[in-house]
Design a protein around this ligand. Structure first.
Ligand code: RIB
Length: 286
């Protein structure tokens, strides 16, 4: 049973509620919460540390039973503050927080970047642009490291081959606007492939490329990350690194329920492996 004075709601703090990646995660969290007799309160940080801090304060005021948090950075001070108030939490999507600090559910971002990179190398691509979201996000940095590792294991000097563009957010709008920079330097400098840090960026980029008369995958290949439903619905279908969105939501909520009922139990870290899904947006270099 819940501890005295606690509500039966748990917070779910996500980076961006408009992104379908998070709605699938939320569905997993909520299905599991319902089985545990808990209700979910949704909070949105918009990738902003100040909004994250405010959301955690709100959870304390509402005497939430716990929280599943996708943090904006690796600063855990506010989270520790929350736990001192008796509110346990589980981190989602953060690979750089030690297990003695708290429980976490993580999908191996290095493996995902590596899978995308190996796929592009196998198609003969060497001049690759990585369209990143904010580099303050661990997932953006680690996916890039995986991409570089794939090139290097194939004898390609990643420092020369990979061009990095940092978009201001992981949104389709940012992806569409990035097209100018992706194509800067004219046709001779055009990348053979663009690996995007998430599907929203990739979908926006596809739109921007189409508007400039470029054809994917004939003129260049595009890879996304997440495998949101739309990735299979657009034409060409988006090659992407699939994350087990629903499952990680459920797993995080399961760990959280355990911490709510056993506050002094040991923390746990679950690691899932992403999977490359090949569709029409990638093809061999001609
Ligand atoms: O699309 C949102 C991205 O940020 C995902 O790739 C997920 O890992 C999240 O952290």
């Amino acid at each position: 049973s819940l501890r005295a004075g606690r509500s039966d709601s748990v917070g779910l703090l996500v980076l961006d509620v408009t992104n379908p990646f998070f709605t699938m995660v939320a569905r997993g969290v909520e299905d599991q919460a319902a089985e545990d007799g808990l209700t979910v309160m949704l909070l949105n940080s918009a990738e902003n540390p100040e909004r994250q801090r405010r959301s955690l304060r709100v959870l304390a005021e509402h005497r939430a039973a716990g929280a599943v948090v996708m943090p904006v950075d690796n600063d855990v001070a506010d989270l520790l503050w929350l736990r001192e108030r008796g509110i346990p939490w589980v981190l989602l999507d953060r690979g750089d927080v030690a297990v003695d600090v708290g429980s976490s559910v993580y999908v191996d971002n290095h493996a995902g970047g590596l899978a995308a990179g190996r796929h592009l190398v196998s198609l003969g691509h060497e001049r690759i642009t990585y369209l990143s979201g904010p580099l303050s996000l661990e997932q953006c940095r680690t996916r890039l490291a995986g991409l570089r590792a794939a090139l290097e294991e194939n004898g390609v000097e990643a420092g020369d081959a990979v061009r990095l563009i940092e978009a201001p957010s992981l949104t389709a709008d940012s992806g569409e606007k990035a097209v100018e920079e992706v194509l800067a330097g004219g046709p001779r400098r055009r990348p053979q492939a663009v690996f995007c840090a998430n599907d929203q960026l990739a979908l926006g980029l596809l739109k921007g490329l189409g508007a400039r008369g470029l054809s994917v995958p004939d003129d260049l290949s595009v890879v996304g990350y997440d495998d949101v439903d739309v990735a299979a619905l657009v034409h060409p279908g988006l090659t992407t690194v699939a994350q087990p969105k629903y499952q990680i939501g459920r797993a995080a909520m399961r760990l959280l329920a355990a911490e709510i009922h056993e506050p002094r139990g040991a923390h746990e870290r679950l690691v899932f492996t992403p999977r490359l899904v090949v569709r029409g947006s990638t093809a061999a270099h001609r």
